[in-house]
Design a protein around this ligand. Sequence first.
Ligand SMILES: C[S@@+](CC[C@H](N)C(=O)[O-])C[C@H]1O[C@@H](n2cnc3c(N)ncnc32)[C@H](O)[C@@H]1O
Length: 230
Amino acid sequence: MSGGTADHFYREAQRLGYVARSAFKLVQIQKQYQLIKPGSSVLDLGCAPGAWLQVACQSLGPMKNGGVVVGIDLKKVKVPSTHCDSRVSTISADVMNLPKDEVLNLSPQKKGFSVLLSDMCPLVSGITTRDAALSMELGMRALDLALGRSKLPYYSLEDDQLEKQSGKENDDDVGVLKTGGHLIVKLLESEDTKELSKICKPLFRKSSWLRPKATRSNSREIYLICQDLH
Ligand SMILES: C[S@@+](CC[C@H](N)C(=O)[O-])C[C@H]1O[C@@H](n2cnc3c(N)ncnc32)[C@H](O)[C@@H]1O
């Protein structure tokens, strides 16, 4: 633990074999929403050091149920030996620059994922507005990957038409989240965070905000939880 006394969640993580206390954020999300089910295909963006990989794999249940968990992070991540099995794999890449078709290729039969988790966070500078803006960029990228660019407001339809006229396929139109899939995105709260839920609300059956109990009291993090992509 970096500085301070070991808190409840840190001690519990040590006791239960989780590589980080952040595990309990996904444990709480799972308890409340049951988004990851036996057989789910899970994409975990910003997966280092691997606590969410552990909880996601546990949530898949026994090996015979199948399912996969794919983690991506800037850092190289060794799949934790506790709570993870051969259904978990990781790659090291910058999600901001990773082409969507490469992400799709990581999914079972290249057909997409049923759950997309983004716990990505920028290196926090302490300048609230700057950190929130960087977090928003990561959040928008998670949305772009999940849903496809045409669903995002900054995407110009004119560009799309031009590409169609030129006969060029636009891979960015399609997201990697399957119909009926779920999306969880971490953000550092600011005025702009509401924008993200405005985009998601009509696209999913339900969307809500959660600040998990394991979030540190001095953190501005908040999770957007979107259920059942139309
Ligand atoms: C809070 S940590 C994730 C913790 C993780 N969910 C766990 O429980 O072990 C945030 C991670 O986001 C990653 N990250 C930030 N920007 C990224 C990017 N552009 N591409 C991939 N990973 C990124 C960081 O390297 C960091 O490891």
